[in-house]
Ligand binder design. Structure first.
Ligand SMILES: [Zn+2]
Length: 375
């Protein structure tokens, strides 16, 4: 194949991809819509959409509303042409999310299942997963794979979970988990998965930092449709930034880490382990809850300000606390603005969009996106 042929194939693939993503984003569209908005000639668009219809990835939906003249064919994504499932493994639970090419959560479930590095654990998770897929109406020939979110350092080169303090795991090869499942598995860190869910289908391509405030604190940098992994796959591990030298002990063994001050447990421990009960008390103006929130947001503001100083991008608060943060985001924005040297407002801090099952969704979406990339 000469260079010109290779370039033509590349251009066509690129156009096909843009067209597919355009239909994904806009719902029901026509060939002239696509041609106009993407500035690709109508004959090229028509040829590519015909090809996508033949491959079962796009379907015809009758005709568009007429605006005079001949009615154009209405086209939409055949959403179930590709499906994926995400599994978020935490210390005590697994969360499952089933999604299709449109990337919405079709089914979500959270199950109490304490983690064990044992075969029985993997077998039980697989059984639960198969049952969940059956209930979701999954068609196995269309299932692209399983995205597995894990709370630890995911070494994509060494194909192993390099380290998970929370689960007590070190150098665990992916294959020791994936061999129990019947579909291709892809692993990623939980904060990365949350960030991926937040960013991959968002408007705009701007970089942001995702601070995951769950029972452990993690983080991820996402921009231009990609996660940043770092030299050792530890990019964004904000939970172990020192906030108070010599401060509270962190589960990692060091003192003064952000995790010791801003994990969801710092709040839920005051309400019998129930984070929503803590927020209820806060909303009712209960004094002890308000005081704890005040202390919590003081520390959080330090971390957010530090991250913003280094990265100069939006900071999204995710994880369990981020999911409940909505009505209280102003508290943190004000404290961050006070700390800010450059007198900005704290508007760059916001609560996450995806609340339930964000990490499992992100893990599933990585499978969906790598499929779309190949279209
Ligand atoms: Zn630590």
């Amino acid at each position: 194949m000469d260079r010109k042929q290779a370039t033509n194939i590349e251009v066509k693939k690129n156009n096909r991809n843009r067209i597919f993503r355009y239909i994904c984003k806009n719902g029901t569209v026509s060939n002239p819509d696509i041609s106009y908005d993407l500035k690709i000639s109508l004959p090229t668009v028509t040829q590519i959409t015909r090809e996508l219809i033949e491959r079962g990835l796009v379907k015809e939906m009758g005709e568009m509303q007429s605006t005079g003249g001949r009615r154009a064919k209405a086209l939409a994504i055949a959403a179930d042409a590709g499906q994926a499932v995400g599994v978020d493994i935490t210390k005590n639970h697994i969360s499952l999310v089933f999604t299709d090419l449109m990337g919405e959560i079709i089914k979500y479930e959270r199950i109490f299942k304490p983690y064990k590095t044992e075969e029985t654990y993997c077998r039980e998770v697989n059984e639960r997963l198969e049952h969940f897929l059956e209930e979701s109406g999954c068609r196995s020939e269309r299932l692209l794979g399983i995205g597995i979110s894990f709370p630890g350092i995911i070494d994509l080169e060494g194909r192993k979970v390099a380290d998970s303090h929370v689960l007590g795991v070190r150098d665990l090869p992916f294959v020791s988990i994936s061999r129990f499942f019947s579909y291709p598995c892809h692993f990623l860190n939980d904060a990365n998965a949350g960030a991926y869910a937040e960013g991959i289908r968002a408007e705009g391509r701007e970089r942001f930092f995702y601070l995951s405030l769950s029972n452990t604190v993690g983080g991820a940098v996402f921009g231009n449709g990609r996660l940043e992994h770092g030299k050792n796959f530890r990019c964004g591990e904000a939970g172990h930034m020192t906030i108070i030298p010599g401060g509270e002990e962190c589960y990692c063994g060091k003192r003064g880490c952000l995790d010791a001050y801003c994990s969801a447990r710092c709040l839920s421990d005051a309400a019998n382990g129930k984070l929503d009960a803590f927020f209820k008390r806060l909303e009712q103006g209960e004094r002890s809850a308000c005081e704890l929130w005040d202390t919590y947001t003081d520390y959080l503001a330090i971390a957010v300000n530090n991250l913003h100083m280094v990265l100069d991008c939006d900071i999204i608060l995710g994880g369990y606390v981020g999911s409940c943060m909505g009505p209280h985001i102003q508290d943190i924005q004000e404290k961050v603005a006070e700390r800010n040297t450059f007198a900005e407002s704290g508007g760059f801090v916001r609560a996450c969009r995806h609340k339930l099952g964000a990490a499992a969704l992100g893990a599933a979406l990585e499978m969906i996106e790598s499929f779309i990339e190949q279209i």
